[in-house]
Design a protein around this ligand. Structure first.
Ligand SMILES: [Zn+2]
Length: 100
């Protein structure tokens, strides 16, 4: 499992947008830390052959976090108006029934 400088390993290249051969250019605890794409020669952190999240995924995560933070805040104002509106709604129903 130990990698050595200059070893050729597979990794995902963002520029090539696919798995390509990479040479190990930096090591951390015996594992590849930085690699250089053998196709476009760009250096980047070793990604363990994982593609980075796409822009779509990032947007999804952003929306998800926005929803979460919205839920975390107690909707006090919304609850008050809902309580006040409920009796009125049930009072309207008999009138509609009489029409039909
Ligand atoms: Zn590349």
């Amino acid at each position: 499992m130990d990698a050595r400088l200059g070893d050729v390993i597979d990794d995902f290249c963002v520029k090539c947008r696919r798995l390509t051969n990479h040479s190990v250019v930096s090591l951390l605890n015996g594992a590849a830390a930085k690699v250089r794409c053998r196709t476009c020669y760009s250096d980047h952190d070793y990604r363990n052959e994982q593609a980075p999240p796409s822009k779509k995924d990032l947007k999804k995560a952003e929306l998800f976090n926005a929803v979460l933070s919205g839920v975390a805040q107690p909707p006090a104002a919304a609850e008050e108006s809902a309580d006040g509106a409920e009796p009125k709604k049930s009072a309207k129903k008999p009138g509609k029934r009489a029409e039909a």
